[in-house]
Design a protein around this ligand. Sequence first.
Ligand SMILES: *Cc1c(COP(=O)(O)O)cnc(C)c1O
Length: 361
Amino acid sequence: MIEYENLGNVNKFFFEDYVNSFKDTLNSGWFILGTKVKQFEAEFANYLNMKYCVGVASGLDALILSLKAFNFEKDSEVIVPSNTYIATILSIIHCGLKPVLVEPDLKTYNIDPAKIEEKISSKTKAIVVVHLYGKSCNMDPIIDLIKKYNLKLIEDCAQSHGAKYKEKYTGTFGDFGAFSFYPTKNLGALGDAGAVLSNNDNLIIMIKRLRNYGSDIKYYNEVVGYNSRLDEIQAGFLLIKLKRLDEINNHKRNLAQVYLDNLKDDFIKPCIDKDYYDVYHVFNIRHEKRDLLKEYLLKNNIKTDIHYPVPPHKQKAMKGFITEQEFPISEEIHRTTLSLPISYSHSIEEIYKVVEVLNRF
Ligand SMILES: *Cc1c(COP(=O)(O)O)cnc(C)c1O
């Protein structure tokens, strides 16, 4: 059986280091906001060539705190892609703001910059872009719009650790880069974790307050805050994983190349372009008979996944929050997409095997 993902196998590579780091923290007796969190924040900021990184409890929280930091008027509008994981849209709703969905480009699966402007109104305050599957959005036209309409920009980088656009890392273009370290992500912890990156001194003070009860000094509360802190144990694991992030991304890129070079053209493959350094959090193909294809692969002992089966605007929970229902491109992607095995623990030989079985479909 070729599994879609086996985190036990992925984490075997780091086993001894993890155990030692855990023992360290256990012996230190300090579990919240200590030296490991500080060190990880410094090293991840440094990796991305950014001034500040603040560790938080999850990717969803990284997005929520980023939006909260601006203190937008209630019912302000936030532009977001119609083709994303639900967390991106939830963060907007949890802040009392209105998500305004924009269709993706059918080639890149990311927000189509040409379709943003028509959705901007006098109530629009920000754009949250998502670098889906590990490919950066087309940032130049988005930055032009941000400047033209004086909007804030938040990047959802939950799937794009180390991905670049024109040599610049995702998460470094806007006011905030919001990261998730959910265990399956390219930079994954052994539990929930996230981070907010920024170069803005004042905004980052606000994120630090918000993650820790609205407080700068213990027992003195400046704003209505949350408890959303990255903990020492996860920061220790992340420090180990961060040192290997480039290696993890390179491995995934090598596996992707096998798919790109060898899969028949019956399957719609991810596009590539010299301006984009993709890190393949997900390697998807599209096919008219997606469900049959998934079943066929399973019969041949290959597990796959679907990112995602139901588009956000069709989710029960979004009733009343997303009123517009015409997102045919997003629906087309959700109907036809299939994610193939591409984890750090997969070998090149396994990927050739997947290709061989796929090409016989
Ligand atoms: C994983 C993910 C999130 C949420 O991250 P959590 O750490 O699970 O809260 C947000 N956005 C996208 C695009 C994701 O893939």
